[in-house]
Design a binder for this molecule. Structure first.
Ligand code: ADP
Ligand code: MG
Length: 376
């Protein structure tokens, strides 16, 4: 490939990497494992306003992963850019990043999945095209291989990824060796999406996940009924007993904005950010918690994430009441979109919280017995 910017580098030791290699190198960082692959597909369905999402694994995802939704579908004029790198329908400029409310915004997922699999097929129909859908086969480069297939399809989109990681020999081998564990991690992450109705209008999402082992029968792994309540989702995932000794989490407090952050945001106001935390937590009495931290789910504005310091703060406060146990936690932090940076890691699971120290401090104060907003 010719080096960019018209700069002559012939004879130089430093040369531009050839285009398709760049694509493979960077894609391998966007989709790192099975759980990121399926997460990206489910997030796309949620972004498309789906209220019904079915995830079908074949052979724990080794053979294929298919996500079927009843979202908006993709219009024919958009087919060409579905899987082109950095092509997205969700964001147009860097400034939009502070206000974005969709899960996706970088336009990398589908292009990466094309580069990292044997084949990727999109079947889609908009309301206008329903009940007829178009089958689009993508090439590894993200361009269209064929778009002539037609099938009966109600409004929505199906994306099927076969042979994930085959082009990366080492990663494929690892995946084959650890398929069941990787599948378990993917299920756990899917539980987070099943839990808090994570769409913005909270219309409730019916999520069903199944697996069909090689030569075996398809079995349902998890299923929610589309209710908008967290309690109903918890019951659907782990049974009614899992709500015993669990209380509502409903906090509201002001976080002092760091002076440096306030200056950067050119915020002339009070410098306080209002934070709400909604969800569920184990009662603070002895014996009401769990033996491990396995069921702790955190969200920032509905986006599942792993804020390790916030999680640690919760566990610390909890253990000051119930020394030997850990709480069940579902905690959705609701805060202004400009008070967090979601564009930190490729998988968007790490989120920078402006003034995180102050937030944690405020959280500890509010959970403390002398000032508790928490029911005991
Ligand atoms: P991003 O989500 O960051 O925009 P993706 O590569 O995940 O990037 O998807 C590219 C585009 O393809 C999306 O912006 C969207 O317009 C379209 N798309 C992908 N999946 C779906 C889906 N399930 N339903 C409707 N549109 C979709
Ligand atoms: Mg996406």
């Amino acid at each position: 490939m010719a080096p960019g910017n018209g700069i002559q580098t012939s004879g130089s030791n430093i040369k531009a990497i050839e285009g398709s290699s760049v694509h493979q190198i960077t894609s391998g960082q966007v989709v790192i494992d099975l759980q990121t692959a399926v997460k990206e597909l489910v997030e796309n369905s949620l972004d498309a306003g789906a209220t019904n999402i079915e995830v079908r694994f074949k052979d724990y995802g080794l053979k294929s992963i298919e996500v079927v939704d009843n979202g908006t579908g993709i219009a024919p004029e958009d087919y060409d850019s579905i899987a082109l790198k950095h092509h997205t329908s969700k964001l147009t400029s860097f400034e939009d990043l502070t206000t974005v409310t969709t899960f996706g915004f970088r336009g990398e997922a589908l292009s990466s999945l094309c580069a990292l699999s044997d084949s990727l097929t999109v079947t889609t129909a908009t309301a206008q095209q329903s009940p007829m859908g178009t089958v689009i086969e993508m090439a590894p480069s993200g361009t269209i291989k064929s778009r002539s297939g037609k099938v009966a399809r109600q409004r929505g989109t199906t994306i099927c990824v076969s042979g994930l990681f085959t082009p990366l020999a080492v990663r494929r081998k690892e995946f084959e060796r650890n398929a069941k564990r990787e599948f378990g991690k993917a299920l756990n992450l899917l539980s987070a999406y099943a839990l808090v109705p994570c769409t913005h209008e909270n219309k409730g999402v019916r999520l069903q996940v199944s697996n069909q082992p090689n030569g075996g029968r398809k079995t349902v792994q998890l299923k929610t009924d589309g209710s908008t309540s967290i309690n109903a989702s918890v019951t659907a995932l782990w049974g009614p007993k899992s709500l015993e000794n669990v209380v509502d989490l409903d906090l509201q407090f002001l976080v002092d904005m760091d002076r440096t952050v306030a200056r950067r945001l050119k915020d002339s106001g009070e410098g306080d950010t209002e934070v709400k935390v909604k969800g569920l937590i184990s009662s603070f009495a002895v014996g009401c918690g769990r033996t491990g931290t396995d069921r702790q789910f955190f969200f920032i504005n509905g986006r599942p994430c792993s804020p390790s310091r916030v999680q640690k703060a919760f566990n610390e406060v909890y253990r000051s009441f119930n020394t030997n146990q850990s709480p069940f936690i579902v905690a959705n932090f609701i805060l202004p979109t400009n008070a967090c940076d979601i564009n930190v890691s490729p998988d968007k699971r790490t989120i920078f919280l402006h003034s995180e120290n102050n937030l944690i401090q405020a959280l500890k104060v509010i959970c403390h017995p002398s000032h508790s907003q928490l029911p005991s």
